[in-house]
Design a protein around this ligand. Structure first.
Ligand SMILES: *Cc1c(COP(=O)(O)O)cnc(C)c1O
Length: 488
């Protein structure tokens, strides 16, 4: 491994005695000596550097990352939209950031009001009765939602319901959350048009099914038109409908999961409501329930009292706590800031523009890339690799070549329904110029695949890391400095 490509560690840049600042002696008398038992045996190993080297070191590290702030990030399924700076300003406000989670209620009324206001806004957007904002991520929301569904069936002494029906196009977190919630996953097939096959679903529904978990639009970016019928069939069988709201962006202000017949849902605030994410950063996966299921929501809940004040409460039927206090509070703040700054009309425009942008990119590229499902999409769409496959250039190669042109790669090899899946989600925040530049580059790569396939197959050519061995990295990860320099 060429270590120079990664830059040096701050310890490797260190020179004994080098200083960024000098502190003059202040002629104070020496403090009473500290007891020898409290002293270190050997001096603390700290890097010693001049100030410009420190600044350059950390600045260079900070620019090694790719984010929405550095370039276009068409990562399907992730809704990597621009995070307006007003969100950051509000989240950093000392009146919020300086609070302690266990302060007495009467000293955090504003913070509780923020929570309550966002809870009401999400209930309105989702068509639900009440939301909890406590879960930390989409997957955590799914788990919380499924626990609510279990609590509901248990409260009716309906103990046979141990299965969750999940479409084959579902995001991997759906079956994973169901398994963690102690439920068995049953897969329902999709039809060639990408939507759930109702005929395949019908015989799966019986009194052992706790829930049908659906994403709408689904992970192919296609609107599931049969939800009302699916909801009717599920409810007739005594099951509840769970809505994975990670794809809510194109639905904003246009249709509501509650109106479609869903009983429980989560929303990824860090996708639809613009708060930054990626790289495992903080998220929030609020969970909403329809009327009648509120009492199962996790503790604590925030309520508004008759006198207009706000309190934290619990409920004896609650499934208990799913997180410390009130979730990722500053992520919640960013989401409310986004909702209030866009307002009702702005939110409705966001969903429509996300849909327009995705269809524009799809239509401009369909001459070069294979479009397995030819229909109007919502916020994202999936190609099945290049149209001309004679050169042997794969989806992985196209994704790697995009890095050379300064773009983040789309999602690749997901969903699993096609061999060469390449999933693009532009979001509403990109300008027509950005979309056109991306389209040009995608077309150029398709041409290169024919005229100069080796350049595409060996890409990327100008990133610090090119084509790591994914299998070796998973089997034998290098996670410490000692391992990296071969000094384990
Ligand atoms: C992102 C996503 C999830 C998981 O959300 P996390 O916040 O990453 O846990 C679930 N379902 C779909 C469809 C998603 O796109």
């Amino acid at each position: 491994m060429n270590r120079d490509l990664y830059g040096k560690l701050v310890f490797e840049l260190s020179h004994t005695g080098r200083r960024a600042i000098k502190i003059d002696s202040n002629n104070c008398p020496e403090a009473t000596p500290i007891s020898a038992s409290l002293m270190r045996n050997k001096p603390l190993n700290l890097p010693e550097l001049d100030e410009p080297s420190i600044v350059r070191h950390y600045h260079n590290i900070s620019t090694n990352n790719f984010g929405v702030d550095t370039g276009f990030y068409p990562l399907g399924s992730c809704t990597m939209k621009y995070n307006p700076r007003i969100n950051e300003e509000i989240a950093g406000h000392p009146e919020f950031s300086g609070l302690h989670p266990y302060q007495p209620e009467n000293t955090v009324q504003g913070a509780l009001e923020m929570y309550y206001t966002l809870q009401c806004a999400l209930s309105e957007i989702g068509g639900m009765s009440e939301f909890t904002l406590n879960p930390f991520a989409g997957a955590h929301g799914e788990l919380t939602g499924l626990m609510i569904i279990r609590a509901y069936h248990d409260s009716r002494n309906d103990k046979k319901r141990t299965k969750v029906i999940v479409p084959d196009s579902a995001h991997g977190t759906n079956p994973a959350s169901a398994a963690v919630a102690g439920l068995k996953v049953v897969e329902v097939k999709s039809r060639p048009d990408g939507t759930v096959d109702v005929d395949d679903l019908r015989p799966l529904l019986d009194d052992t099914v706790a829930a049908v978990m659906m994403t709408n639009p689904n992970t192919l970016g296609i609107f599931e038109r049969n939800i009302p019928e699916i909801a009717r069939l599920a409810h007739e069988a005594g099951a509840l409908m769970y809505y994975d709201g990670a794809n809510l962006n194109p639905m904003l202000g246009i249709s509501r999961p509650g109106d479609m017949g869903f009983d429980v849902m989560h929303i990824n605030l860090h996708k639809t409501f613009s708060t930054p994410h990626g790289g495992g950063g903080p998220g929030a996966g609020p969970v909403g329930v329809r009327k009648g299921l509120e009492k199962f929501l996790p503790d604590p809940r925030v309520i508004r009292n008759d006198d207009g004040s706000f309190s934290l409460t619990g409920c004896k039927d609650s499934l208990g706590a799913v997180s410390a206090t009130l979730g990722n509070y500053t992520v919640l703040l960013r989401a409310l800031s986004y909702i209030l700054s866009l307002g009702q009309n702005g939110l409705m425009e966001a969903g429509a523009l996300a849909t327009l942008n995705a269809n524009y990119v799809k239509e401009c590229l369909r001459s070069s890339y294979m479009l397995p499902i030819d229909t109007v999409c919502k916020h994202e769409f999936v190609f099945d690799g290049l149209k001309d496959k004679t050169s042997g250039v794969t989806t992985l190669d196209v994704a790697k070549r995009l890095l050379d042109y300064g773009y983040h790669a789309p999602t690749i090899y997901f969903p699993l329904l096609f061999h060469e899946s390449l999933m693009i989600e532009p979001t509403e925040t990109e300008s027509l110029d950005t979309l056109n530049e991306f389209i040009d580059v995608m077309q150029r790569i398709a041409e290169e695949a024919i005229t100069d396939p080796d350049t595409v197959k060996s890409a990327p050519h100008n990133t610090p890391v090119g084509r790591p061995d994914d299998t070796a990295a998973a089997l034998n990860p290098i996670v410490t400095y000692a391992q990296l320099i071969g000094n384990e």
